[in-house]
Each structure stands twice: as structure tokens, then as C-alpha cells.
Design a protein around this ligand. Structure first.
Ligand SMILES: [Zn+2]
Length: 500
């Protein structure tokens, strides 16, 4: 077992002790911060007949109602809905805190006021990046920014960072968690991090020039973009030596992609690359990482920070909490956040290996881990594939098949109407860049067979492209996120099934 550091004394507790401590911290957090100062939760708790003291153990967590994305989305009657979730302190209540009285006594009123400012005043913001929905803003106080640095430092440690390494941050420069977690985490860890701003800011070429100049040990960024950068390097006959690790975040990481990245790094002159994934979301204001693992082995999961948040796994349909190791939907409750705060947030993400408490078989850390693949709970779309009825197609499943196919590089699924006629049926076109295979006829046949075996969908067409054309199709350097599924059906005309 390798040496490792512990983040907090909590990391050595067993499951029972940990759950007790989490329940205690949650009770204090609800009583001191959330219920007095969150308009939304004060009302919700009153409605449900709950108080902070209702939470005697973590089993009582289920009494707190869920919050989900739709509770945060602006609507015509509630254009500023996300604001109701911001912690707004009441000075009169704060003044009565015992800690305030002591501080005023020994350090003076100004110190008390400065402390409140740091704890509560919103000074920073990140937002969600929904495919179609309006972005939801999440604000941070200085207290939250300190936590963003702290969780970033822990994330770097779990992912195996060392202070003597050089890191290149390729996340898009935007008010998104991934970029800023990397920035603040690097500063807190004390390691060299250069942020290029990603493809939109510097283009694929600009990022490659930076790689040549800085010779980083680690690349951090979105899976699809890093794939394009390395692919472009391979194509242009570049050498990139000394690359040790790729850290991925911002979107789901397919197992097949880890192998493809390692193969490209090998061809570029970096034979021992490992690829680790991170998982995080705006509403948690933090991300978690996997510890390093060879690309041909299964990672040991995302290492959580149990003193800063509670992760539950619940039945995606009934919402009932599930026992350790069960697949289900991820639900998150923070334990120390200020600014925007959501309790029991339903992520809509499903993990297939569940939450486990055994020590990590790779690094030995005892923190709880999320094991297995994470995917969206539902990305089911209704397609009009024949004239008679709509067909429900799970795009999660299609994306898995494509990502894991060894013969495919970048790909894009395009939905369109036959002959661009709004009254016609829907067609699904697959655009791909094949890797190392020139016989496109055989590849087409194999792909169609794989698709009919694993999904129920027949592809209307498969169109082959070179890597450059794929970059253009996916909007690399133009879009913040590369486009892997595009819908070119006319939007103003409802499809015959009434859904688009
Ligand atoms: Zn580990």
C-alpha cells in the first residue's frame, strides 16, 4: 500500500462512527446556519413539521424533502428562484451566537463584522451548463472559496498529484466548477498549474503549443477535448514525452476512452499514462476524484469528503435510501456551505456500484467511495422512427456503445428529419472518425450489428470523416462543451408525437 495523507480525523472513522458524526454535524449546521437564514428551507421544514432536532441519526435524513433541478429553474412566476436558496444572515440572530459574544469581547466589533462578511457575503459564482435549460447560478462566500481550495487540495491528493509536477488545466475558461476547482485546488495544494482556458480560448493548436513549451506531467480537462488535442498531436507527428497522467472532469468518462487516451499517449512518446476521472456538480460546489489506477484495470471509485457533505444513494423511482453497494441515484447534502445551499439534492445521476465504506483497495484511504460508472438517470428521447408511433430511445445506452467501441475515435449522433421534411419520420445519423481501420464497409456492418445487439435502434446512415471534419462537427474551439448529440429536427414544428 502506498503512503497517503489524511484530510481530516474523520477519514479514519468506521461506518457507524462516521454516520453518527455526520448526523451531529448536520444537526448543528441546520440549527445554526440553514434554518435561521435560508428562507426556502425555513418554510419547507415548517411545512413538514421538522426542526434541526428532528435529525437524531442519519436514518432521519429521509424526513427532509428532496430538492431537485426543477426547484432551482427560473419560471415566469419565479424568475429568480435560485436566490431563495441563498443563506442570508440575520444580524440580530448572529449577535446572539455565543461565539460572536466572545469574539466581540476579545477582538472587538470590527473583527466580528469582518468575520460575518467572510462567512456570508456572496463574492463568487459558478453556474450549471444544461444542454437546453437556463443556467442556474450558485454563489460562494469567502468561507465557500476556502472550502473550494480545501476540496481541490484533497482532490489533487487523491488523484496522486505531487508538488514537483507541472499541470496544464484545459478546462474551458467559464464560470463553471471544473475550471475553478482546478484553479483553487492547485493554489491550495501548492503545485504549478497553467490554465489555458481550453479550446475556445486558445484552439487545439494553441493548447498543443503550450504542451510543447511547458512539458506538463499532467493534463486536466474534459474527456472529449483532451481526446481531440492528443488526436491532433498524433496526426501531426508530434512527440509529447513525460506525460504521466490525464485527469478528466466535466462530463461522463467512458471506460473505452481511458484506453484510447493511453494508446495515443503511448504513440506520442509517453508510454506509462494513467487516466483518472473526477465527478462533481455545481450544486455541491466540490468535486471528488479517483486514485490512480492502470488503464486496463477498474478504478476504485470516487473518494468522498465525509466531513463536508453527505452522499446518499436512493432508488431513482421511489426515492427510498438504499443500503451500501446498491446502484441508485446520487443525492447530496452539504455540511458546511454558505452562499447557495441545497439539501438532499437529487442529482439525476445514477451510479452502478453504489456507496461503499471499506478501505480503498488501491490507496488504503478509509473515506466512503462511490463505485462504478456514473450516468444520467434518463436521457430517454422520443423518436418518430416510423409513421405509426413514437419510440423511446435511451441515449445513455447509445453513447456507451459508441464510447466503448475500440474502432471508433470521435463520434457524433445527429437527429434529423428524412429529406429535411418536418412531416417526415426521424432519422439517426452517426458521424464517426474510425481509428486504424480503412475498410469502412466492414466497419459499418460491425457497427450496425453491435447497435442492433445492444440497443434496439437501427442507424439510418453512418458517415465517415477525418479527424479535422469531426472537430468542426463537434464544435471544438467554438462550443464550451463538444457536441456529441445534435438535434437538427426543426424546432418550431412539433413532431407527430408532440415532443421534440
Ligand atoms: Zn483510493
Amino acid at each position: 500500500m502506498k503512503t497517503m495523507s489524511h484530510h481530516s480525523p474523520w477519514d479514519l472513522l468506521d461506518e457507524r462512527e462516521l454516520r453518527e458524526r455526520q448526523a451531529r454535524k448536520l444537526r448543528t449546521y441546520l440549527g445554526d446556519v440553514v434554518l435561521p437564514f435560508s428562507a426556502r428551507y425555513r418554510a419547507l421544514f415548517a411545512e413538514a413539521g421538522l426542526s434541526a432536532d428532528s435529525i437524531r441519526s442519519l436514518d432521519d435524513l429521509r424526513r427532509i424533502p428532496f430538492t431537485s433541478k426543477k426547484d432551482l429553474m427560473p419560471s415566469p412566476d419565479h424568475p429568480q428562484r435560485a436566490r431563495e436558496f441563498i443563506i442570508v444572515p440575520d444580524p440580530a440572530v448572529l449577535k446572539r451566537r455565543p461565539s460572536t459574544l466572545l469574539k466581540a469581547l476579545f477582538k472587538g466589533k470590527q473583527a466580528v463584522q469582518d468575520g460575518f462578511e467572510r462567512e456570508f457575503r456572496p463574492i463568487f459564482l459558478t453556474s450549471t451548463t444544461g444542454r437546453s435549460a437556463d443556467p442556474v447560478p450558485f454563489v460562494y462566500s469567502q468561507h465557500d472559496l476556502n472550502l473550494l481550495g480545501d476540496t481541490g487540495r484533497r482532490l489533487f491528493e487523491v488523484c496522486g498529484a505531487r508538488r514537483d509536477l507541472k499541470l496544464l488545466n484545459l478546462f474551458p475558461y467559464a464560470p463553471h466548477l471544473a475550471f475553478w476547482q482546478t484553479h483553487y485546488g492547485g493554489a491550495a495544494f501548492g503545485v504549478f498549474v497553467l490554465s489555458t482556458g481550453g479550446g475556445k480560448f486558445m484552439g487545439t493548436d494553441g493548447n498543443l503549443r503550450m504542451i510543447q513549451k511547458i512539458k506538463p506531467d499532467v493534463l486536466i480537462g474534459m474527456p472529449t477535448f483532451i481526446y481531440h488535442v492528443l488526436q491532433h498531436a498524433v496526426e501531426t507527428g508530434m512527440r509529447i514525452e513525460g506525460l504521466q497522467r490525464v485527469v478528466l472532469g466535466g462530463e461522463r468518462v467512458a471506460e473505452g476512452l481511458r484506453r484510447k487516451l493511453a494508446r495515443m499517449a503511448h504513440d506520442l512518446g509517453s508510454p506509462n499514462l494513467d487516466v483518472v476521472a473526477t465527478y462533481g456538480f455545481t450544486e455541491a460546489k466540490m468535486a471528488w476524484g479517483q486514485c490512480p489506477c492502470p488503464v486496463d484495470e477498474t478504478p476504485s471509485g470516487y473518494h468522498l469528503y465525509p466531513d463536508l457533505g453527505i452522499m446518499e444513494v436512493v432508488d431513482p423511482v421511489t426515492g427510498d435510501p438504499l443500503p451500501p453497494g446498491s446502484p441508485g441515484e446520487l443525492v447530496f447534502t452539504p455540511l458546511d456551505s454558505r452562499g447557495s445551499v441545497v439539501l438532499r439534492y437529487r442529482t439525476g445521476d445514477v451510479i452502478d456500484g453504489g456507496l461503499v465504506h471499506e478501505p480503498c483497495p488501491r490507496c488504503g484511504r478509509r473515506v466512503p467511495r462511490l463505485v462504478g460508472n456514473i450516468r444520467r438517470k434518463s436521457d430517454v428521447r422520443e423518436l418518430q422512427l416510423d409513421k405509426i408511433k413514437g419510440t423511446l430511445v435511451d441515449f445513455n445506452q447509445l453513447e456507451h456503445v459508441l464510447d466503448d467501441s475500440e474502432a471508433l475515435g470521435a463520434w457524433q449522433l445527429e437527429l434529423r428529419k428524412r429529406n429535411d421534411d418536418p412531416c417526415e419520420v426521424d432519422e439517426v445519423v452517426l458521424h464517426v472518425h474510425p481509428i486504424g481501420i480503412t475498410d469502412t464497409q466492414t466497419l459499418s456492418r460491425n457497427l450496425q450489428n453491435e447497435f442492433s445487439a445492444k440497443t434496439e435502434l437501427h442507424l439510418n446512415r453512418i458517415v465517415f470523416h477525418d479527424a479535422d471534419e469531426m472537430r468542426t462537427l463537434q464544435g471544438v474551439g467554438v462550443q464550451l462543451k463538444e457536441q456529441k448529440v445534435v438535434d437538427h429536427r426543426p424546432k418550431d414544428v412539433p413532431s407527430p408525437a408532440g415532443k421534440s
